[in-house]
Design a protein around this ligand. Structure first.
Ligand code: NAP
Length: 277
């Protein structure tokens, strides 16, 4: 590092567990860029101050995680269409003097899904299980990717309605809709190691058929109970690591204008997440 080293950072509360420094510093090193990336704990309610600090300190890239995604979306100078619709921002980049808020989660999932499965989402029938922050970003991005139908299935109806409003082709559905779609993505925290339902499968899995591509955005464990059940029933599966890498890759490209070194970023993630038992 030197006096001209450029700085990127992730803000959150908590943030020390974040994998982003590992992923981005590996990418900067691979491309020989004089950048460094830190994790900065910022207490709840201070997201707007962090954007001001970005201006003051000349920070060139910001990742934003819980609980700041909404407040940062309000504090930036301009927002991408994804942020306008979602009201949540996970990445801030510079455009001249302006700080622009983006949300790379949805496009990161689409990019990872299409690469990992080899299938395009244009004209696909997609079901999203869950309606939290990640699910909403996926619904919005899958709508832009040209899906013919998006069914949102969630425990709480009000959140499902909010998510389904993010794409013209989206509607609320139930478990009975899942057999008839092409792609089903779990965007709940069910199946996440250390979470409240680590051994669980959303909606039991009895709907899974051989025609499905079943994706999970949970990435720890790498093979979730849902993905194991889907494989047993003959469906194709896509894990959650790709989304983690590609949402970071999209942010990296916004900040540096360099193509992200996906293989290096993937290796960094694989090195940081223990293999399944
Ligand atoms: P969130 O905003 O808290 O939303 C959680 C969602 O899960 C809600 O729809 C919630 O339903 C549902 N849910 C939780 N427990 C449930 C249960 N026992 N039964 C039924 N539904 C349940 O969380 P998020 O930020 O969207 O993240 C969701 C998961 O995705 C987390 O595991 C996170 O680690 C993972 N994630 C992965 C990536 C990646 O890069 N791969 C990126 C972001 C998030 P209600 O609305 O009914 O409460």
């Amino acid at each position: 590092m030197s006096g001209v080293t450029r700085l990127a950072a992730v803000i959150g509360d908590p943030v020390r567990h974040s994998m982003s420094p590992t992923i981005h510093n590996a990418a900067f090193a691979e491309l020989g860029l004089d950048w460094t990336y830190l994790a900065l704990p910022v207490p709840s309610g201070r997201g707007g101050d962090a954007v001001e600090a970005m201006r003051l300190f000349g920070i060139d890239g910001l990742s934003v995680t819980m609980p700041h995604k909404d407040t940062v979306a309000q504090a930036v100078d301009a927002r991408t269409s994804a942020v306008e619709r979602l009201g949540a921002c996970n990445c801030v980049f510079r455009d001249g003097d302006r700080l622009v808020g983006d949300n790379t989660d949805g496009d990161g999932w689409v990019r990872a899904f299409e690469l990992d499965s080899g299938l395009g989402l244009a004209d696909a029938r997609v079901a999203v299980i869950g309606a939290g922050g990640a699910a909403r970003a996926i619904v919005e991005a899958v709508g832009r990717a040209g899906a013919s139908e998006i069914v949102v299935v969630n425990r709480t109806t009000a959140s499902a309605e909010r998510a389904a409003a993010l794409a013209e082709v989206a509607r609320i559905g139930t478990v009975d809709d899942l057999a008839d779609v092409d792609v089903v993505v779990n965007a709940t925290s069910i199946g996440m190691a250390g979470g409240p339902d680590a051994e669980g499968i959303p909606l039991s899995g009895s709907w899974i058929g051989q025609h499905h591509v079943v994706a999970d955005i949970v990435y720890q464990p790498r093979s979730t109970p849902l993905l194991q059940e889907a494989a047993r029933r003959g469906a194709r599966t896509v894990g959650g690591l790709g989304m983690l890498v590609h949402q970071a890759a999209t942010a990296f490209e916004r900040w540096t204008n360099h193509t992200a070194p996906i293989d290096t970023m993937t290796a960094a993630v694989l090195g940081a997440i223990p293999p399944d038992d």
